[in-house]
Design a protein around this ligand. Structure first.
Ligand SMILES: *[C@@H]1O[C@H](CO)[C@@H](O)[C@H](O)[C@H]1NC(C)=O
Ligand SMILES: *[C@@H]1O[C@H](CO)[C@@H](O)[C@H](O)[C@H]1NC(C)=O
Ligand SMILES: [Mg+2]
Length: 262
């Protein structure tokens, strides 16, 4: 049956390619303009198209400051995150980071900054229970999840981490998690496979109360560089992880369509 369907699909595709204009190898024969927004070939409405545009807008930092995922897009975002695309996108980012590192001559002061949530550790088990970011953020419930200390690794980041450690690069975790969450975070990192690091910087809420993540992370990276480390790379899922000052020689942005931290 599958073979028959494939045969029909190939036959239809071949007819479409050569039906009207036999000597053309590429392209389509039907009229492309005007663009039929939010519709499929048959003209029917496809919500996934606007949700995909929304996700692209988030990743490109055109859509900022959103407090939750559009209700229409829960299914799309859930499928993105649980399916292959999120893993493939993450893999592309981490591979590029490794290709970059391989061009460098590493010294013993070279450091790499990793964010934690949705970068080294994944909170997907939590967000899967909370509409993949479509429910308003509940800090009580989220912190309870953090204190469980059972977040799995994002596998692509763990792979990158292992390669960087092997190359002798110093690992610095810089997270918006608070100092009260330091111990549970350290234990969670180890259990997920991140067995060593140079620094695990958690947020001192007496200093950074009311400050943005961008200010907090820039200030802490500056301190790290003042101590003599050279930040050769910096990876995170939020733009506030990689904008600001002392960002590192190169930055890498992992996907995160679920929430926005300024
Ligand atoms: C790395 O070191 C080699 C040998 O000293 C040198 O030829 C090369 O230019 C260096 N590369 C970088 C990116 O600094
Ligand atoms: C937030 O989560 C807590 C703990 O699960 C729950 O008791 C509370 O009702 C939630 N708040 C809202 C506004 O949903
Ligand atoms: Mg993060």
């Amino acid at each position: 049956m599958k073979v028959f369907v494939l045969f029909v699909a190939v036959a239809v595709a071949a007819w479409q390619c050569h039906g009207a204009d036999g000597d053309r190898d590429h392209g389509v024969d039907f009229q492309i303009f005007p663009l039929r927004m939010k519709s499929g070939l048959g003209g029917h409405y496809i919500p996934e198209i606007s949700c995909q545009s929304w996700r692209l807008g988030v990743e490109a930092h055109n859509i900022i400051g959103f407090s939750s995922v559009p209700a229409d897009c829960v299914g799309y975002i859930g499928n993105y995150l649980i399916g292959e695309q999120y893993r493939s996108d993450s893999k592309t980012v981490c591979r590029e980071a490794y290709f970059y590192v391989k061009t460098l001559n590493i010294t013993d002061r070279d450091a790499w900054v990793f964010d934690i949530d949705e970068t080294t550790l994944s909170d997907l088990p939590y967000f899967a229970d909370h509409g993949f970011g479509a429910e308003p953020f509940n800090s009580t419930a989220y912190n309870a999840w953090v204190y469980l200390g059972v977040a799995p690794a994002l596998p692509e980041s763990l792979k990158l981490y292992r390669k960087l450690v092997t190359l002798g690069i110093k690992i610095i975790f810089l997270t918006g998690r608070t100092q009260a969450q330091h111990e549970v975070t350290a234990a969670n990192l180890k259990q997920a496979g991140y067995y060593k690091w140079e620094k695990l910087i958690t947020k001192d809420t007496t200093i950074y109360n009311g400050k943005t993540a961008l200010t907090y992370k820039s200030t802490e990276r500056k301190k790290v560089e003042e101590e003599g480390y050279k930040i050769i790379g910096n990876i995170g899922d939020q733009w506030s992880d990689i904008l600001g000052t002392n960002t590192g020689a190169r930055t890498f942005k992992l996907p995160d369509p679920m929430y926005y931290l300024s």
